[in-house]
Design a protein around this ligand. Structure first.
Ligand code: 6R9
Length: 746
């Protein structure tokens, strides 16, 4: 059993229904709340008496606001002399210059001085009921040993260490150890393939990788160390791989490998923190853009930490003693900001979730809420939609009375999922905060809370800008839209400390992507609607990035892989509306001339390829083989046309006159019609839903099946194989098919 060592072992119409929540701030009678008690630094801000005035102040007196917050909330080795030096049009972003600090000291040492035995991390391991708690003292010890170990192995200030680990205390200690000695970290989501990992290691020029022997998720083992072995073969920079043991199964060690826990035991528990400049790099995090090459967004020390801490404290109303449950993986920005940096900077208790929402059953989240007494729960709409389908009984079974705030992130939350989250999970008591933000923004930017005690929360809307955030909507001419009840490209009109500073090794791409589209503004890549009341609702990406189960993926990245298949001439990938994942991946594939292949076989081959080159979640849900792609005369693929075909909006195909060969569209429409024909093909079997992100087949309830367009077989005995057999999906599908055939014959 692996124990941490060192210590011994997306739509514009919101529901019409509106909800008004009572205060969850300190209310001092009547409608007013005590703003200085709410945020101590606001006591010095003139004319600020409530939350909306504080928001206005934070935007129009941005420097005073952020200077006061930075002085009070961060521990500095030496103070900053300049609050900000930014020029968005040139991509220059600098905060708190002159200041020196250490992020790990801010996240650990200062809490160890005041409350060493407070729990910093609750590691909710995959195996249910086997949580493991790590106090601030233990986490500091672990971090220091690891920092010393990295130093002893030559890792220096300015180096970049790649971390390929699932959510666990040693992964957090690895991040903090890097911060302690002044190295940057590059966490790569442990679901990425060897090739995707290798690309990120090479781009980050890492000479050190940290991993575990095996990952454990949903009861299944994944060979993470073997994936690293494959990856480093094409990474000449890698000199050493630290391997921690998550399971007891031994792995083959190479000359580059270092047994991490064993070596940590030899290290001192004191590690001198490096005095870092505010603008030194804290981490790189790769995310997808609209080209085939992922970009390594760079976040720096002080501004990022302050922003993560402040948003964590105020969006979720996190108070001392609360248990904060963000179920995102640490491989994504949500895990960075709200499992690690925000909660730890605030001296909080943070849950690290290693499992899946349906392991061992769909009650996992709520059983965990009951057992760990979670106060704030932060998850993704895709999981909420999935759990909603399993029924309320899985929620009602457990005591959720500790919950105070429910958060949603990663993609638009539809009204049905929002209502279910609010009424069933939260018993109608807890505010639901739909938080909009990005890897680029570092922390939450648009969110219903904080706001005045009686301020309404509209289902499915992120609504209000956070402190210091000034959103702007742009029209197609690049002009700022000033009225309400309007939609446009979402920009942020002034810099804030949490924003990314650059793209690693490619500042020009940073400028072109974020700063040039609307000079003087930060362009988010998202579209938004501003309601009559002035609330924001995110309408989805404006570029070729899709969002599958809350994970960003560029369509170009998938096309690049599909095109590598020797039988494929070219392809076009689009996103389409998927009732669980938010968006699904639809690939149009043109084969090379004279190819005689079974389409089913090739589909399988393409899926394997995408899974191997990127990750499982990027696999196409649907592959349509076509003769040619619809292109303009200049050779541009008309994705708009493909989208309309898949949406079955043939009246919306629009102007096809620029098409090189309009007959191509008719063929595609025909092909799509055949594909969506409800014939009982195995993968499209009604009653089942494939969830690639979790690698499972989901059995929908009899109710769903009865309601599907295809009548259920009368002879089918649901109860005999409902739950326990769900894992054995092949069998179930087989039996289901047999029963269907029997019932048809009968
Ligand atoms: C934090 C995170 C960012 C993209 C973003 C947008 C989408 C995130 C959302 C949302 C609607 C929300 N997104 N939160 N869309 N409502 N509350 O997810 O970062 O992985 O970089 O993705 O996700 O499209 O641009 P990241």
């Amino acid at each position: 059993m692996w124990l941490p060592c060192g210590c011994a072992s997306k739509c514009v119409v919101a529901s019409l229904s509106r909800r008004v929540f009572r205060s969850y701030f300190h209310v001092l009678g009547g409608r007013r709340h005590n703003i200085a008690a709410f945020m101590p630094e606001s006591a010095g801000f003139e004319g600020v008496s409530d939350c909306s005035a504080l928001q206005e102040f934070s935007v129009s007196n941005s420097e005073s606001f952020w200077a006061a917050a930075a002085r009070q909330r961060l521990s500095w080795i030496s103070p900053f002399h300049t609050v900000q030096d930014c020029d968005l049009s040139r991509g220059r972003i600098k905060w708190f210059e002159g200041g020196k600090l250490n992020v790990s000291v801010n996240c650990l040492d200062r809490h160890v001085h005041t409350c060493p035995e407070r729990v910093a991390l609750i590691w909710e391991r995959d195996e249910p009921g086997s949580e493991f708690k790590v106090t601030y003292r233990q986490l500091l010890e672990m971090t220091c040993r690891l920092g010393n170990l990295l130093r002893r192995h030559g890792v220096k200030r300015g180096d970049c260490v790649t971390i390929y680990m699932p959510s666990c205390p040693l992964a957090v200690a690895s991040m903090l150890a890097c911060a302690r000695i002044g190295a940057a970290h590059n966490v790569v989501f442990a679901g990425f393939s060897a090739e995707a990992l290798a690309e990120r290691i090479r781009d980050a020029q890492s000479s050190t990788v940290i991993t575990v022997n095996q990952g454990v998720r949903g009861g299944k083992l994944t060979e993470l160390k073997k994936t690293v072995d494959t990856a480093v073969q094409s990474c000449p920079t890698v000199q050493q791989v630290f391997v921690a043991m998550r399971t007891e199964n031994p792995v083959a060690m190479t000359a580059k490998d270092v047994a991490m826990e064993e070596e940590m035991q030899k290290e001192d528990v004191v590690c001198e923190p490096a005095a870092m400049d505010s603008e030194d790099v804290l981490f790189l995090l790769y995310t997808s853009g609209s080209t085939g090459k992922p970009k390594g967004l760079v976040h720096t020390q002080a501004g990022y930490l302050l922003y993560a801490a402040l948003t964590h404290r105020y969006v979720f109303s996190y108070h001392d003693g609360d248990v904060f449950g963000c179920v995102a993986d640490i491989g994504w920005i949500t895990g960075h900001s709200y499992s690690v940096y925000g909660p730890l900077a605030n001296g909080g208790t943070s849950v690290l979730f290693e499992s899946t929402p349906i392991y061992p059953d769909p009650g996992r989240y709520w059983e965990m809420v009951q057992r760990l007494k979670i106060n704030q729960f932060y998850g993704a709409p895709t999981a909420i939609r999935l759990l909603l389908k399993y029924g309320n009984q899985w929620v009602h079974k457990y005591d959720r009375s500790t919950l105070k705030t429910l958060g949603s992130v990663g993609e638009p939350i539809n009204t049905e999922a929002w209502e279910w989250y609010h009424t069933v999970v939260g018993d109608g008591r807890c505010p639901v905060v739909d938080t909009w933000w990005q890897t680029e923004t570092g922390g939450i930017c648009i969110t219903p809370r904080p706001s005045n005690p009686d301020a309404e929360i509209v289902p499915g809307m992120a609504m209000r800008p956070f402190f210091g955030i000034k959103p702007a909507l742009m029209d197609t001419e690049g002009e700022v839209l000033t009225s309400n009840h309007t939609s446009g490209a979402l920009c942020i009109a002034q810099p804030w400390p949490g924003m990314a500073r650059t793209i690693h090794n490619n500042h020009q791409r940073f400028i072109e992507t974020y700063c040039q589209p609307y000079p003087g503004y930060f362009f988010t890549g998202d579209g938004a609607y501003r309601s009559k009341e002035g609330y924001y609702q995110i309408t989805g990406r404006l570029d070729d990035v899709i969002n599958v189960s809350g994970h960003r993926i560029g369509t170009a990245e998938i096309e690049d892989v599909v095109n590598q298949c020797s039988q494929v001439a070219e392809s076009a990938v689009i996103g389409y509306s998927h009732n669980i994942k938010g968006e699904g991946v639809y690939a149009f594939v043109v084969l090379k001339k004279g190819m005689d292949v079974e389409e089913m076989d090739l589909s399988r081959q393409l899926n394997d390829l995408v899974s191997k080159k990127i990750a499982k979640y990027a696999c196409p849900d649907c592959i349509q083989f076509i003769q040619r792609l619809p292109k303009t005369r200049s050779g541009k693929i008309m994705r708009r046309v493909l989208r309309k075909v898949v949406e079955q909006d043939l009246n919306g195909l629009g102007d096809l006159s620029t098409l090189d060969d309009p007959a191509a569209v008719q063929e595609i429409i025909e092909g799509h019609r055949k594909l969506s024909d409800p014939t009982p093909m195995l993968p499209a079997c009604p009653g089942f839903q494939r969830d690639d992100s979790e690698d499972v087949w989901l059995l929908l309830s009899p109710f769903n099946l009865v309601n599907s367009h295809w009548p259920p077989p009368h002879s089918f005995n649901w109860t005999s194989w409902y739950w326990e057999k769900q894992k054995d999906t092949v069998n179930i599908l087989h039996r289901f098919r047999q029963t269907l055939e029997q019932s048809k014959r009968g």
